[in-house]
Every structure is written in C-alpha cells, then in structure tokens.
Ligand binder design. Structure first.
Ligand code: NAD
Length: 462
C-alpha cells in the first residue's frame, strides 16, 4: 500500500525526528502492507508549535471561510471514497462492502455536517446586557482509535476546524494509512499550513507526549477506559480540558410487546458489524423469561449466517483478548450457543461470531467491554428487573429498546443511564450528540453539541 514516509507538520510532509518505524499489518492475512514512521516527543513538539503558530490567524478566519475549506475537504473525501474504503479494508480487515457503506460514507456525511454547521452556527449570542462570544479553545490534541479509522478522525478534526481550533492528530498505530490519506485531503482542501498536523506513532510514546504537552489546550481522546483515565489525570493536573469517548457495554432491551424476531435479528447484526469492534455495540440482549428460549434460538440461527461474512478483528492482541473473554464466559458457566474460542481460520485474526445464553449480570462477559463479535443474552423477570440489569454496569454509552408501542419504549429509554438509545431500531443520526454517561466518557461528539466541545465563551457586558 502507498504510505507517506514522514509526518504532516506545518503544511508539508517532513522526515520524522527518529528512525523508528511501525509495521502496518493486514489482519486478513497477517502480511505487512506498509511501514510508517513512529514519531516521538520531538515530532509532537514540532507539530504542537506549528499548531500554536497557526492558531491566531485560523481563529480569526471568518466562519464562512472555514466552512468553505471543510466543504472542499468533504468533496475531496467524496472523490477518494473508493481509495478510503480500500485502505480501511487493508489495514482494519473489514469487508469491502462495509468499508464503502460505513467507513467511507459515514465520515463524508460527518464532514458535510460540519461544513454546514461552520457556516450556520451562532458564534455570538446576546444574553441580557451581555454579548457572549463562542471562541475556539485553542490547540487540540486528538488521539484516535482504529475501530472506525476515518470516522473517529473526522468526528474530532472537522468540529475543531469549524470552531477555529488548530489540531495535532495522533491516530492509532494499527490504522495510520487512512489518517495519512486524510492529511493529504486536508492539504488539497487548502487548509492553511499548521492548522492541521499529523504525527503517527505509538500510544505510550507519541500519544502520551501529545497528552502531556503544555502547548495543547484540549485533549480529545477516543479509546480504552484505562488510557482515557490516565489522560484525564494528566490533563487534570495541568488544568487542561479533556473530551473522552471511552468504552461501552450497551443493553438491547426487548420488552414483551416487541416484534421479537426483528429485535433479535437487528440486535445480532449490530454486534457482528465491524466484527464487534464498536464502542456502542449492543452486546447485552435482555429478554423476558417467557420469550427467552425463542430469542436464543433466533439469535443462534442469526449468528450462524455471519460465519463467513464478518472480517477479522484488528490484531493478534485483540484476538487473544476476545478469545480470553469467550473462555472466561465458559468458565463462569454461560451456555455457548454459537461460535466459541477456537480460531475459525489458520491465518488472519478471525474470531467466530459467538453467542452466549444463560448469562447472568454478574458475569465478566456481562460487565466488561469485549470489543469482538460476542453477544450475551440475559433473562429478566419484569421491567424493573430489566432496568436494573440495563443500568448495572460502569458504562453508559448506548442502548436500544424494542416495544410494540413507541411510547412504551420511550418511557423505558428515559430511565436508562446512557447517552443514546435506539427506539425500535431507530437509525444512526450523524447530527445527534454521541457520548457517554458514567465511565463511558466526558463530553459529546457530532452535531452542534460536538462543535460546542471545541468552543469556550467570553462574555462582554454593556
Ligand atoms: P487504546 O486506548 O490503547 O488506544 C486508543 C488510542 O490511544 C490509540 O491511538 C493509541 O495509540 C493511544 N494510546 C495508547 N496508550 C496511550 C497513552 N498512554 N497515552 C496516550 N495515548 C495512548 O486502545 P487499544 O489498545 O487499541 O484497544 C484496547 C481496548 O480499548 C479495546 O479492546 C476496546 O475495549 C477499547 N477501545 C474502545 C474504543 C472506542 O471507540 N471507545 C476504540 C478502540 C478501543
């Protein structure tokens, strides 16, 4: 695969300060497809300095001009959508059709929303005898994961640029090629030098240097709760803002009045898509005891259909982690009805689509984020019990409720401690705020709420 051999800093591709490289591996066949530089503290420092130098002029650029650059960026992503899909497939392993429909199309849609919001957002408001200005926070350090390589980047960079912030991006080490492609598009879109900078590198080296850099005003991180916690602690000590989008263990609550077959089919499809590598995956299916056996049979049949269709997980470490959870589910007494810990193929980081029945709320597989194609089906006695189970984890990122009557589903959803809930299979909305309650994170991404994360207010009294 084509790869840049430098860092994108201050409007140009520059050699990295050190000689280290990262191997980019195709998870389907475990072959090295490219090498990119592994940046260190010196590269991060150069990128942050460039972003600081570019800040005053970009912050003062009229929103309409920022919107024009974002529109150009969106159009360039559209023009390169096939290349985006191929690149994501090569470094993440997702099937090409999914890469086209989601990994390329979703960030294009999100970039479009921010092109429009930059032009229409009210950066100034009148409150009594005050005029409140919504000003950019400053230099953003963005640290992104591999599970949606371009979407996670666009969900941070587009609102930051719309707000008038400048950015240093440190993408996941598993998926740097998509990030390089994005940097090329930013350059072609005419975004001024220094406004956006890319440093590829390892999390504990380049990522940590970025999170700790005194020239960064806001750290926006998506990834594991463990790393998020340490980034928040570092930022807290420096009285620096953070936005954290962390893990999830979301509940898919099927109330007795629901269309059971549809709810189960949609629920299984959700957990298997992207090989389960979604922070919002509905990994806990909650079914009333009277419908439990039927739901398990339906889920077992549905999971069998995914056998050959899902891609691998991203790397050997994730495969080992996911298989470890499956083994733990077995050890704690859950009943395996589909899949299992055995590798379905000799090469590639594949995990069998797996379904567990008779999962109880205290089991590890019902509490911890697995990040693989593994569904747990839990039994509830009544609505109060279902709510207790749904809310009974440290997470609160997403959820779903199914009921015969929409009002019944809404009433249940309103009692869930979670940031978003799909009602009877409601579609993803790229303008709706996305983010978590409890340990699923701090702050919101997407839409106007996502833009507000990159702004701070200044009140002038008259
Ligand atoms: P991770 O949190 O280690 O990596 C996410 C990003 O943080 C990457 O860019 C990484 O380089 C960077 N990073 C790692 N250590 C860092 C540090 N000390 N300082 C600064 N940046 C650092 O996640 P992972 O190891 O790739 O995946 C582990 C688990 O995290 C998964 O199994 C899953 O449970 C969870 N995860 C969640 C999401 C999500 O969307 N919320 C995405 C990916 C992974």
């Amino acid at each position: 695969m084509k790869a840049q051999d430098g860092m994108y800093i201050d409007g140009a591709w520059r050699p990295a300060a050190g000689p280290d490289l990262i191997d980019v591996v195709n998870p389907v066949d475990e072959r090295i497809i490219a090498r990119v530089p592994a940046g260190g503290a010196d590269d991060i420092d150069a990128a942050v300095r460039a972003a600081r130098a570019a800040l005053p002029s970009w912050a003062a650029t009229p929103p309409a001009e920022r919107a024009a650059r974002l529109t150009a960026l969106r159009d360039l992503l559209v023009a390169r959508k096939d290349e985006i899909a191929r690149t994501v497939t090569a470094e993440l392993g997702s099937p090409l059709a999914f890469s086209e429909a989601v990994h390329a199309a979703l960030p294009i849609a999100v970039a479009g929303t921010y092109a429009e919001l930059a032009a229409t957002y009210s950066f100034e408001e009148k409150v009594g005898n005050s005029v409140v200005h919504h000003e950019p926070i400053g230099v953003v350090g963005a640290i992104t994961p591999w599970n949606f390589p371009l979407h996670q980047v666009v969900a941070k960079v587009a609102p930051a640029l719309a707000a008038g912030c400048t950015v240093v991006l440190k993408p996941a080490e598993d998926t740097p090629l998509t990030a390089q492609l994005f940097a090329e598009a930013v350059h072609e879109a005419g975004v001024p030098a220094g406004v956006f900078n890319l440093v590829t590198g390892l999390g504990p080296v380049a990522g940590q240097a970025l999170a700790e850099h005194p020239g960064v005003d806001l750290v926006s991180f998506t990834g594991s709760t463990a790393v998020g916690r340490s980034i928040a602690a570092t930022a807290g000590a420096a009285v620096k803002k953070v936005a954290l989008e962390l893990g999830g263990k979301s509940a898919n609550v099927i109330l007795p009045s629901a269309d059971l077959a549809k709810a189960v089919a949609v629920g299984v499809a959700d957990v298997m898509s992207n090989s389960g590598q979604k922070c919002s995956a509905l990994t806990r299916m909650l079914v009333h005891r009277d419908q439990y056996d039927e739901a398990v049979a339906l889920a077992t049949a549905a999971a069998a259909k995914y056998g050959e269709r899902i891609g691998p997980v991203v790397n050997a470490k994730q495969r080992a982690r996911v298989r470890g959870y499956i083994e733990q589910g077995l050890a704690e007494g859950a009943r395996l009805v589909a899949g299992g810990p055995e590798a379905p193929r000799d090469t590639g980081y594949f995990v069998s689509p797996t379904v567990f029945a008779d999962v109880t709320p205290d089991m590890t597989i019902a509490q911890e984020e697995i990040f693989g194609p593994v569904l747990s089906i839990l039994r509830y006695e009544d609505e109060a019990d279902a709510l207790l189970i749904a809310n009974g984890t440290v997470y609160g990122l997403a959820g779903a409720v199914w009921a015969g009557d929409e009002a019944e589903a809404v009433a249940f959803a309103r009692r869930m401690d979670t940031g978003q809930v799909d009602i009877n299979g409601g579609r993803f909305n790229p303008l709706a705020p996305f983010g978590g309650y409890k340990q699923s994170g701090v702050g919101r991404e997407l839409g106007a709420h996502g833009l507000a994360e990159y702004l701070q207010t200044k009140s002038l009294q008259f």
